[in-house]
Design a protein around this ligand. Structure first.
Ligand SMILES: [Zn+2]
Ligand SMILES: [Zn+2]
Ligand SMILES: [Zn+2]
Length: 412
């Protein structure tokens, strides 16, 4: 019953059986079937020509599939050189996974699904739908981590440094799980996939924004702090920028829930929660970095930009960067300013539809410094982050020095 839930290609352009597939741009989340039909990240079947489709992680490619030589194997029409593949073992489950696995891989599950240590109890009917939402968000997360070249290994492959997920509900004794991260294990309360529950928590916590993908991006931020910052040459620069993470986390948590965030938090932090402890500041800013990278990349793939929208804002300048002399500094600046323009435009579009703001945050200069620091860490670890910054048709050659940036779409 879940087979066609999230996995069929959308008919946005109608049948194009005779049209050649356009060249892929290398940006964004739009690919093409062998028949020319546009297909998306979550698709497993082309509605136009009925071709089976699958996503090959690492190559970041959705392709039509042709039967391989061995039973149960396939080759990718768009990348035959990738060799024989098979579907993830979670294809015909409520997780509806459309990812592919090299035919010779000993693991039955794909790079995303093998990260699961605990999945919800599927004998509870609503958990099937929750699990689908959770996996859909997680696949988006994992694809991005791989595209950035970040180290990603499952705990079943390396217990000490690997990553794993527990998707759990209320225990038999009525205890609710706490969403969080510890030693590479991300725990998610499955109720977070229930829209009504998540919205109620968002309001109670006075958060402007709360999503499954946001949870995942935040929690893996903690994981990558352990992997990339702890014990590395980044540790002292981290402390200089985010604060000393050796201060008591328990005391910080207590203080935060007793007193709330400092009054002027918005001048230095991306969220009120980020003020709680340097680890939370890192995880919150890291999550925003991943949001921005994915959104700008997706917009680029659709040829979309707010650059000519005439928005009234002061662009960020080189003195807002962590390292203005870095080779990618101007590209990063162009990326940040492209995001400000895009967010401003999309916030207005959301308001036109009576929806909450697309990006209900303001980015003060101090946060831009932290975002650039994170970018340098990610580039250093994966070597691919700079490639993702290629902004077309924008650029900020004419940026002016300023001490205060602003998000034109932020709540007034
Ligand atoms: Zn097709
Ligand atoms: Zn999978
Ligand atoms: Zn956290």
């Amino acid at each position: 019953m879940y087979r066609y839930f999230n996995r069929i290609s959308s008919r946005i352009a109608g049948p194009r059986a005779l049209a050649p597939a356009p060249a892929e741009t290398g940006h964004g989340k739009l690919w093409h079937c062998r028949c020319g039909q546009a297909v998306f990240f979550g698709n497993s079947l082309c509605l136009t020509c009925q071709a089976p489709l699958g996503y090959l992680p690492g190559n970041d490619l959705v392709s039509a599939l042709s039967p391989g030589q061995a039973p149960g194997t396939w080759t990718l029409d768009s990348a035959p050189e990738a060799g024989a593949v098979r579907r993830c073992a979670n294809f015909d489950t409520a997780a509806a996974c459309n990812w592919l696995v090299p035919a010779g891989d000993p693991q039955p599950l794909c790079r995303a699904c093998r990260l699961n240590r605990t999945i919800p109890d599927l004998s509870v009917p609503e958990n099937n739908g929750y699990w689908l939402k959770v996996e859909t968000a997680k696949r988006r997360l994992v694809a991005q981590l791989l595209n950035l070249g970040l180290p990603l290994v499952a705990k079943i492959e390396d217990e000490a440094t690997g990553l794993a997920f527990d998707f759990v509900g209320t225990s038999m004794d009525g205890t609710r799980p706490t969403t969080g991260h510890a030693d590479g294990l991300v725990t998610l309360d499955i109720k977070e996939a229930d829209d009504a529950h998540r919205e109620a928590v968002r309001q109670a916590m006075r958060e402007p924004y709360r999503t499954l993908l946001g949870h995942f991006r935040h929690e893996v931020g903690h994981y990558y702090w352990d992997r990339l910052i702890a014990g590395s040459t980044w540790l002292e620069p981290f402390r200089a920028l985010f604060g000393d993470e050796q201060q008591s986390y328990a005391d910080a948590l207590e203080r935060h829930y007793q007193q709330g965030a400092p009054a002027a938090w918005a001048q230095q932090y991306v969220s009120a929660y980020a003020t709680m402890h340097p680890w939370e500041d890192w995880a919150e800013t890291w999550a925003h970095y991943l949001h921005m990278m994915d959104a700008v990349d997706t917009a680029q793939g659709f040829g979309m930009s707010g650059h000519n929208a005439g928005l009234d804002y002061v662009p960020f300048s080189p003195n807002n960067l962590y390292d203005p002399s870095h080779t990618s500094a101007s590209a990063f600046l162009a990326f940040v300013n492209a995001w400000i323009e895009l967010a401003g435009m999309l916030n207005e579009l959301s308001r036109a539809m009576g929806q909450p703001d697309f990006y209900p945050f303001a980015l003060p200069p101090e946060v831009i410094v932290k975002l650039h620091f994170i970018h340098l860490v990610v580039q250093g670890a994966g070597g691919k982050a700079d490639e993702m910054l290629a902004i077309e048709g924008g650029g900020n050659e004419s940026v002016v020095a300023t001490d205060h940036g602003a998000c034109p779409g932020a709540p007034q």
